[in-house]
Design a protein around this ligand. Sequence first.
Ligand code: NAG
Ligand code: NAG
Length: 325
Amino acid sequence: MFFTPRRLLTALLGAISPVAAFTNSIRNPGGSDPQIVYTDGYYYLMSTTWSNVQIARATTIEGLKTATRKTVYSSSEASRCCNVWAPETHYLGGAWYIYFSAGNANNLDGQNVHVLKGGATPWDDYTYVAQLTSEWSIDGTIVRFNGWGNYLATSCFHGVANQSICFQKLGDDNVSVTGSIGVISQPTNSWEQSGTPVNEGPAALYINGKTYVAYSANYCWTPDYCIATLEWDGTTDPLSASAWTKSDGCLFKGGVNGHYGTGHNAFFQSPDGSQTWNVYHATSNSAGACDDSRYTMVQLLNTNADGSLNFGTPVALNIDSAEPA
Ligand SMILES: *[C@@H]1O[C@H](CO)[C@@H](O)[C@H](O)[C@H]1NC(C)=O
Ligand SMILES: *[C@@H]1O[C@H](CO)[C@@H](O)[C@H](O)[C@H]1NC(C)=O
């Protein structure tokens, strides 16, 4: 091939151009309780304006910042019109479903988990199907267990004084729950009780052959809202609290780089599946925040040489991070 000076320059620049990078934050404001999935060439970011469920997609993390948001749910139905929180999309048996929390306009006493059914890609239209839970529940997510099947994890008060992490078996139709509710984690430690005792925002993590549920501890209107983990023993009934070992304190917390209340996360795999990424929200308010001012952050999850989890610390804003591999 004959290289003109211009072609040579282009080829050289191509060879030395930096790896594609993104900078945090990814969504600010409106970045609370984020979830990202990667499938078939796109990252999908779930969000809410408190009255709807929205989804945006882009081929890069950086691209999510400017991606058009599509509203896939809003309702005037009094029992699920309002306080729409924490939407997550999950692929189950050939279709994508969105699990989200919603309740009435007057107070937060009617919060429950609801489900929409979509199509073969997360970008297809969704139809409202049902309310899954029948007592106060928020932050629904799906966790799969080898040998046990799929479960709905929520934050609930099932027979306990304080907001806890609960499990119930997902029905075969993926739009119902069945059997008893198991309370697997209560905020019994002092490091889970800042503001008020809280365990919420469960998120499944499958890594190094282990199944974890990450969750957020403490009240969101404190800077202490942070991420801890529960590790499944791999065999015991997931509804049993004895199947779970809680981390010794939070593994990811704020007070670093101007971020506070770093929590309510989800995990997603990189395009080649080799990396696990942590998507979470943070606030710049040193008193914490529970509102729409929270922003979405994305960073790599690491593991230590012994296989244990290493969340690192919340990354600075506007620093280049390589796009997921
Ligand atoms: C629900 O999801 C499971 C996979 O997790 C699948 O086997 C099953 O067919 C799904 N049910 C329906 C009705 O699609
Ligand atoms: C529930 O929270 C209260 C404080 O609001 C605390 O005194 C109590 O010990 C907690 N219960 C459990 C089981 O952690």
